[in-house]
Design a binder for this molecule. Structure first.
Ligand SMILES: NC(=O)c1ccc[n+]([C@@H]2O[C@H](COP(=O)([O-])OP(=O)(O)OC[C@H]3O[C@@H](n4cnc5c(N)ncnc54)[C@H](OP(=O)(O)O)[C@@H]3O)[C@@H](O)[C@H]2O)c1
Length: 375
């Protein structure tokens, strides 16, 4: 086969040696995907893995076929002969690629999250031997919906807090539409805050940015309902549970919510108090200000308006970033997970937030939120 059919990575495996029954995965270089690949490999050493990435250079192939691809492009940006070969050999697909930025324009977010999902589905539909298609989603497709968010049904619309939520919702709609034609399932993940064993953080998201705001928050009040619950999970648990659900419990048409659920989540009040306690006990040198009052969202807007002329210009940028998720602190939203928990049946023990929260906060501080290498 020509050079277009060679797999990237080292050692290079020629794609012509790809065997039937392969698993194709997007997002393998991401937080979730990179944890999943070793589990997929060790579960079925005889199953070939085809990993898609926009930048194969330097990505360790781990014995897999690593292909340069772009899910936002038709045919995943693959040469026709590669696409044709993959269609014949692939039996399983995991679509984990996404643009997880909250603040980008809707069109930019749609390009990867919606068009990318459409192209992955088109590929799956063209595979004559497809056995399973897993779409990795987020519990926040629920957007601003309050109350209990069910596991099985698509969420009715209640508006979205950011473009990421909206485009992941739209992507789910595409998967749901195809469920009558292909064996597809959806697993919605919760917010991953770090590794429960080490406290290490690979991806600094809104949760970590809010912690960062604590030492220098200039506002006397923040919009939050102290009784609202925030669903947080560890990366090790999420990846192990996702793997188990895919390998052993895959059922076409299912929607799983891989999350803490209400009973294992802290309230916003508890989360803020515990975080302030950690800072006040261990990081007093960060010159903490008084703990802000928790106020309803409308009151917060008035506080910001009153203060904005007295605050530095960087404040608006900071506030803009916070506003892409801050509304969640005021939403009484819970996520159903009993059916998924029954399937996991304690086989992947859930580490309580209590057991690793301090380690994650310490990791953020000691690495200056990822700017410096951790000791
Ligand atoms: N992390 C969380 O807390 C969390 C929570 C809920 C749901 N999720 C969902 O879990 C999935 C994985 O998230 P993650 O945290 O692992 O994301 P991540 O660390 O930001 O990685 C994103 C992945 O998507 C790939 N990707 C992005 N655009 C692509 C494109 N145009 N073509 C091909 N690949 C592309 C990237 O590959 P290259 O850069 O190598 O091309 C990378 O592997 C996503 O569907 C996300 O919505 C994550």
């Amino acid at each position: 086969m020509g050079s277009g059919l060679s797999a990237f990575g080292s050692p290079v495996k020629p794609l012509s040696s790809l065997r039937s029954g392969a698993l194709l995965m997007s997002g393998a270089t991401g937080l979730v995907g990179s944890g999943l690949v070793p589990l997929l490999r060790s579960a079925h050493p005889d199953r070939d893995l085809v990993l898609l990435t926009r930048q194969p250079t330097g990505f360790p192939s781990q014995g897999c076929f690593v292909l340069q691809a772009d899910v936002a492009k038709p045919n995943l940006g693959l040469p026709n002969e590669v696409y044709a070969l993959l269609k014949q050999q692939v039996r399983q697909v995991i679509h984990s690629a996404a643009d997880i930025r909250f603040r980008i324009h809707l069109d930019e977010s749609r390009a990867t999250n919606v068009d990318g999902t459409r192209h992955m589905l088109e590929f799956a539909e063209a595979c004559p031997h497809l056995e399973r298609f897993l779409h990795v989603s987020t519990i926040y497709v629920a957007g601003k919906r309050t109350g209990m968010v069910p596991e099985r049904l698509p969420c009715p619309l209640a508006g979205f807090v950011n473009t990421y939520q909206q485009t992941k919702f739209e992507a789910e709609q595409l998967v749901l539409e195809r469920m009558s034609r292909i064996p597809a399932a959806i697993i919605r993940l919760s917010s991953i805050i770090g590794d429960s064993r080490l406290g290490s953080v690979r991806q600094f998201n809104y949760f970590h940015q809010s912690i960062k705001a604590i030492p220098w928050n200039p506002l006397p009040a923040i919009p939050a309902d102290p009784e609202a619950r925030i669903d947080l999970v560890s990366s090790d648990w999420t990846i192990a549970a996702l793997h188990l659900l895919f390998e052993e419990c895959f059922e076409p048409g299912r929607i799983h919510q891989l999350c803490a659920g209400a009973d294992r989540s802290w309230t916003v009040g508890e989360l803020l108090n515990r975080t302030y306690d950690i800072f006040e006990k261990h990081h007093i040198h960060l010159r903490l200000k008084r703990r802000p009052r928790l106020v309803p969202y409308a009151d917060f807007e008035r506080v910001v308006e009153k203060m904005s002329s007295r605050l530095p210009s960087s404040f608006n940028e900071w506030l803009g970033a916070l506003l892409s998720f801050l509304p969640h602190l005021s939403l009484r939203q819970q996520f159903e997970n009993s059916e998924t928990e029954a399937l996991l049946a304690g086989r992947v023990p859930f580490p309580s937030l209590d057991s690793y929260f301090l380690r994650v906060v310490e990791y953020c501080v000691s690495t200056n939120w990822g700017r410096a290498a951790a000791d």
